[in-house]
Write a protein that binds this ligand. Sequence first.
Ligand code: SF4
Length: 437
Amino acid sequence: MTVCVYTLGCRLNQCESEAIADSFVQEGFSVVGEREASDLYIVNTCTVTSKAEQKARRMIRKFATQGVTLITGCYAQVNADELIGLGDNLTVVPLSKKAQLLKLASHIKASLVAGFTLLEAVRSFNDVEASPFDYAAASFSYHSRAYLKIQDGCDNSCAYCRVHIARGKAISLDEATVVERALALEAAGFQEIMLTGVNLTMYDHRGMGLGGLLEALLAQLSSATRLRLSSMESDHIDERLLAVIGDPRIQPHFHIPIQSGSDRILARVDRHYTIDELRRILERLRSAKDDPFIAADFITGLPGEEEEDFLATRTLIAEEEFSSLHIFPFSPRPDTPLFTASDRVAESVRDERAKELREMGRVLFNRYRSRQVGKRGEVILQNRSGGAWYGVSGNYLDVKIDNPPAFGREGMLVSGHFGPVVARENRIGFVVDRPVS
Ligand code: SF4
């Protein structure tokens, strides 16, 4: 029997999907990709933008004509009634019960043996006690690096966001369990572990923040294991975190949601930092690493965004020279304070601003990638195709290995130096010296 776990949204969703997929592998199911026919589809949804919701609805309609389809995630939490009407073979498991899906595979197996159909088995899935931190995939069906969820929820209340509404208050996995799970992933052969959470810098276990947790992890993990941090809100980046980030085992890749370069707009949408504070954090990240990859999120057309606010965003981007930009045109989300904002920006203006920033992002990314040529770096090998190895560098560039090593294996960390950009494949070349062990 086959299962496809289709994921929308953030790295945390990807991490949770991997754990769900792994629970099916453990029970003898085959995990397949979205283009393959499958008996069961699990759609892990996102509610950050209306586009993510549109895509979820499209995929759910499609999957429901092909097999039994189970919907979960943030969108399912806030709009279950809307989603259940999209097809016949559907069932919804709200986010609050998503972790229970780790028990679904064994439930299905037992139900099929007892003579139930797959749809009956999925719909009869009873409540099983589970914690949001039960996700701890030992094998990763969709990625060659490991994800480790250490945090969930968020105590902020940004006026455009309904993720904190869907996910609830910030909670953290205790330090000892994080270390134990990281060591298990290392023992399973993963040389890179990405730490994920809804708001990673809100990690707090009995007063120990993310910086303290990283110190504890680095003290236990081997010198050949790397940690990558998923996106980090700048308002909780403290001195201890900035100090530990300099460790070479923390990948030189940071992703900062900024949303606007204007203090006025940041205050309007209830973000808890000023641009001066943000710039100081960026400077510290840059001094901790040699030319790190710094990606930034911006939203165009936030309510009240005047031309001068947009100019402030463009100025910030140009001066900070981010390595990559993720641009989201503002879409009002139900249940959020900005849903009924009267000072909306015209959609045409919002979209024009998004276009302009995406173009800036394209130029900045190419500039960042080009200046890596000849520099030393590390790469996690991801897949082999047509005799060539492909992978992702510590500073988050897609690479093509110029000298495929005989010793290569998926998930292996290798060191070497960057070669010329392979524009045709939208990658940069990489010449391997040796495995990192
Ligand atoms: S920091 Fe803001 S945008 Fe991010 S999850 Fe929390 S409330 Fe939402």
